[in-house]
Design a protein around this ligand. Sequence first.
Ligand SMILES: NC(=O)c1ccc[n+]([C@@H]2O[C@H](COP(=O)([O-])OP(=O)(O)OC[C@H]3O[C@@H](n4cnc5c(N)ncnc54)[C@H](OP(=O)(O)O)[C@@H]3O)[C@@H](O)[C@H]2O)c1
Length: 338
Amino acid sequence: MVSAFDTVLMQKALDVAWAYQVLTFPNPAVGAVVSNEQGDILGIGAHQKAGMPHAEVLALKAAYETLTEDRRIRTIEDASELHAFLKEHHNSLFHNLTLHVTLEPCHHFGRTPPCSGLIDALGIKRVVIGSFDESNTAKGGGAFLQKKGVNVSFGALKEKCDLLLMPFTCKEKKRPFVFFKLAVSSNGVATGGIITSLDSRKMVHNLRNCCDLLVIGGNTVRTDRPILDARLCNGKAPNILIYSKQKSFDVTIPLFDVPHRSVMIEETLDKINDYSMVMIEGGQSMLNALSHKVEWYLIFESPHAKEGESIILPRGLQKIFSQKVGEDTMSWYYKHGE
Ligand SMILES: NC(=O)c1ccc[n+]([C@@H]2O[C@H](COP(=O)([O-])OP(=O)(O)OC[C@H]3O[C@@H](n4cnc5c(N)ncnc54)[C@H](OP(=O)(O)O)[C@@H]3O)[C@@H](O)[C@H]2O)c1
C-alpha cells in the first residue's frame, strides 16, 4: 500500500531525477531515496548519465555514508565497484530501510549490474516503485524482489513518474522524444543574441550532446548564423534539420562546417521520425508553427530584462520541474497533445 508519506518521498526522488532529464538518454532519468523506519532520509540519488551508476545505487551509497564512519565508498564512482563494495560491506545495515524509486529497479546486466540483485543482497525491507519498467531487457525487478520476500509497493505518484519516463518510453516504442528549447529574458524576450548565462549555455550543449537531431528554423539560420554544436562540453554535435521553404542556404554559415554531422533542409518535419531524441530551437514563428505538435518545452529564463517583444508561449503549458542553472531558472513544461 502507498501512504501519503510515500508520495512525499517519491516527490523528492522525482525532483532529483528531473535535473538530469534527457542527459541520461538513452537511459531513463531516475531518482531514488533511502529512508529509515522513522522516515528520516539517509540517502538520495539520481541517475546522471548512461553507463554511470543507477539512482538506487547512488542513494544506497549516500545512505551507507550516513550510516557508517567508513569513507572509502566516497571515492568509488564505477557502478560495478559500488555494487561489489556495498555487497561486501553492508553488514546488515540496510535491513530495516525503505527505498523509493521512480522506476522499477532494473533486472538485467547492462553496462551496470542489476539493481534488483543489489537490493536483494542488502536485505532492504521495502521498495516503493513509481513506474513499471516495460522494457524487454530490464523489466521484472519488482516481481523478483517480491519473490525474494521484499515488501514491494507499485504506483506511488505513477502519473508523475510516467511523465519523467517519457523519453525512455518513446525510445521503447520507437518514437522520437521531441522538445522545444527556448531562452528568454526576465521580460520574455527571446531574440537579439545571447540571452542566458554561460552555465545555461553549457547545459544546452550537454543536452545537444544527448540529442541525435536538432531542428532549427530557416529565419534563425539566416539571422543568427549559428554553429549549433556542443563545444562547451566537448560533446558530439547533433545532426541538423533546417525547417524552411528555402532549398539552399549560405554554406559559409558555421553550422555547415561542423565535422561528423549531416545537415538537411526540409519543408516538412517527417525526418524527425528517423531520430530518437530531438531538440527544436526557434523563435516565435517556429513556436507558433509547431506548438500543436510539440508536448515538451524546456525554458531557460534569465533574471535580466532585455529590449524587444515578449514571446507568446503556447497555451496550456503545465510546469513540471524548475531548478536554478547559475543565475538562470530552467523549467520543464508539458502540454497535452492536441
Ligand atoms: N531565444 C531562443 O531560444 C531562440 C532560439 C532560436 C531562435 N531565436 C531567435 O528567434 C528569431 C527568429 O525567430 P523566428 O520564429 O522568426 O524564426 P525561426 O525560428 O527561424 O522560425 C521561422 C522559420 O521557420 C520556417 N518555417 C516556418 N513555418 C514553416 C513551414 N510551414 N514550412 C517550412 N518552413 C517553415 C521558415 O523558414 P524559411 O523562412 O527559411 O522558409 C521561417 O522563417 C531570431 O531572432 C533568433 O535569434 C531565439
